[in-house]
Design a protein around this ligand. Sequence first.
Ligand code: ATP
Length: 303
Amino acid sequence: MPKQAVTVLAPAKLNLALDVVGTLPNGYHDLDMVMQAIDLHETLVLRRSRYLDLHMPGSFVPVNNKNTAIKAALAFFDYTGLLAGVDITIHKRVPVRAGMAGGSADAAGVLVGLNDLYDARLSMSELCAIGAGIGADVPFALMGGTCRVRGVGDLLKPLPSCPACWFVVVMPSVGISTPEAFQRYDRMGSPVHPDCNAQEAAVRAGDLAGVCAAAGNALEHCSGATETPAIRALLDQNGALTSLMTGSGAAVFGVFADKAAAETAAAALRRSYEQVYLARPDHGGARVVRMPRRGAKSPAPQT
Ligand code: ATP
């Protein structure tokens, strides 16, 4: 019996470091980054259908052919030549215009889900090639874990898992447009250029203090996100090992060595900000998950 439906988890990302190192021949910015998947996930349910439909209950993101989930489905059917459709429901948890690649996670989730639903057996490199045509962060959303990322986001080098830690992620009330942040970077430049080599070495050595010492974001000063300094100050006052903006903003996060310190900081931040998330590093990318059957007994707790 062919599968009728699949459920996919697609992690958001944080930039442990983001540097702008030049301009590519096509005019895009050449980036050098260390990216980390986190266990703040989008959940997607894909069902076989003769039509192409998308539902995003509770989300204000427009459901049209500019939506990354629709673009991914169309690109998948184009690449495989399958004459089929899909009904997609996305339960969105990742904040929008946050620099956390929620839209890219949705595209990656659709590609992985369709590959499984229709047993198309595309390789990771084929999925990444399709994904790169949809958005710069889609290849990382497919790969996940911890990666050194170059180019516009398309050149990935998987790294060992970053040292165990907790993230407190704060999304201010106003999001940021990525193209506008880069336009401001071109006018203003940046005083911050994180040492991605040092951070990669610290990741490889399992040295959380070294990861934090090398953290930084070249887009932070020009992002236009006015609340970044205040959020960072609160995170720092509440014990963050380091704090920085992710991607082109607007979300800001702090790194904590242990859960108790992160929970205390998250509680403090919630007094001033509505959207505060506690997250851990995720070791994978977008993936199909087996959902427990309704009525199935949950496994006995392990003692
Ligand atoms: P990145 O770090 O990749 O720049 P971001 O977090 O800054 O990501 P997203 O939230 O992924 O930005 O996307 C921002 C824009 O993309 C929004 O203006 C939104 O309308 C559009 N968009 C299209 N499809 C989606 C989707 N499935 N989810 C979120 N945004 C989407």
